[in-house]
Design a protein around this ligand. Structure first.
Ligand code: SF4
Length: 355
């Protein structure tokens, strides 16, 4: 991994309200100032300390000296016929990340990235092709949602839900992801309903267990993609670190601890994991769990040899799951015409910039 180019100053969005309160106290300022700063950041969504006009000038100068704003420079964006907009943003160190805004009739959802690249190595995913460059800070994840909200502001629309399903494995960047989530759900932050947020992991077992202890209402999704250990290891090398059975055990622990339903994401790959016997086997594993299976017809990744599952086979897979009383839906694809699947835009950009 190349040496990281650190930002000159920590990002103000890296901090929770409580951490800002501590900082304000250290400066000998009255506690309410932290709330005012938070309000400028999350409600008024300014992008400089100068705009925080109800703060005394010396405090604004201290903020300026101590913190920076995340700059997300738009490299390009693509707008799908269905309204999905996919952004490729440049960071201070010239890395590029993807953020997607999905427009639904029930609200606007943002899909955020947590790492530059990914080391998990799922064989159907473009994000992992160049490996992991670095993890994002909490502020860099926050900035993606704030930016999305700024883009929606002129239409008087708001970000109503968040999915952490962009590039990277959030549970390999656990602290930053949790700080990000705290700021999203904070009533003085973006105040997004916890049940409208979903974190998706490839199955980092210790952190599934840790997440179960967090006392939140945030949804958890597991990328399962196979009904057994051997096939999962072929599709997802992470399974050799955290085997199938351990992932299922951690999920059972999560359900028991939180009483919350888990979602299993299952990318259907033609001829690989989409046969009737796979559906039968998966249903047997999951049938007594409080869960839901989301079938995702896999996107074509040029570097891999995967083909899409025929439509009828997708429905057959769903039918088998449902017959065994496993709740199962097929994900409605958005932005297919603009390469909205994770990592495809960034992969194209990397190809173009590295020749
Ligand atoms: S699917 Fe997610 S965890 Fe797997 S390689 Fe892609 S970004 Fe990483």
């Amino acid at each position: 991994m190349k040496k990281e180019i650190k930002p000159e100053k920590p990002f103000i969005y890296d901090y929770t309200l409580e951490q800002l309160q501590d900082w304000i106290k250290e400066q000998g300022e009255p506690a309410f100032r932290a709330g005012q700063i938070f309000d400028w950041l999350y409600v008024k969504r300014v992008s400089s300390f100068d705009e925080m006009t109800n703060l005394p000038k010396p405090l604004r100068e201290k903020l300026e000296a101590g913190f920076g704003f995340v700059t997300l420079t738009e490299i390009t964006h693509f707008r799908s016929k269905d309204g999905t907009v996919k952004f490729l943003f440049g960071l201070h160190d010239n890395h590029a990340i993807e953020t997607v805004i999905m427009r639904h009739n029930y609200g606007n959802s943002v899909c955020v990235t947590t790492q530059v690249g990914c080391r998990i190595g799922c064989t159907f995913c473009a994000s992992t092709l160049g490996g992991l460059k670095r993890s994002l800070t909490a502020g860099e994840i926050v900035a993606q949602v704030v930016k999305a909200q700024q883009l929606l502001d002129p239409e008087n629309e708001r970000v109503s839900s968040i999915v952490i399903m962009g590039i990277g494995e959030p549970f390999e960047n656990y602290e930053a992801t949790m700080t990000f989530l705290r700021n999203m759900i904070h009533p003085k932050g973006l105040n997004i309903g916890q049940r409208h947020i979903t974190v998706s992991t490839s199955g980092i077992v210790p952190n599934i267990r840790r997440f179960a202890e967090e006392d939140t209402q945030i949804n958890l999704a597991i990328s399962i993609h196979a009904p057994n250990d051997a096939l999962r290891s072929k599709l997802m090398p992470v399974n050799r670190r955290f085997p199938f059975e351990d992932v299922i055990d951690a999920c059972k622990y999560y359900i028991e601890k939180t009483g919350r339903r888990i979602t299993f994401e299952y990318a259907l790959i033609g001829g690989v994991n989409d046969r009737a016997e796979h559906a039968e086997e998966l249903a047997d594993v999951l049938k007594d769990m409080l869960c839901h299976v989301n079938l995702i017809p896999v996107n074509y990744v040029p570097e891999r040899d995967y083909v899409r599952t025929p439509r009828d086979d997708i429905f057959e897979f769903q039918r088998i799951m449902q017959k065994k009383n496993v709740n199962c839906t097929i994900r409605r694809e958005q932005g297919h015409d603009i390469a909205a699947a994770c990592g495809q835009l960034r992969a194209k950009h990397m190809e173009a910039t590295t020749g």
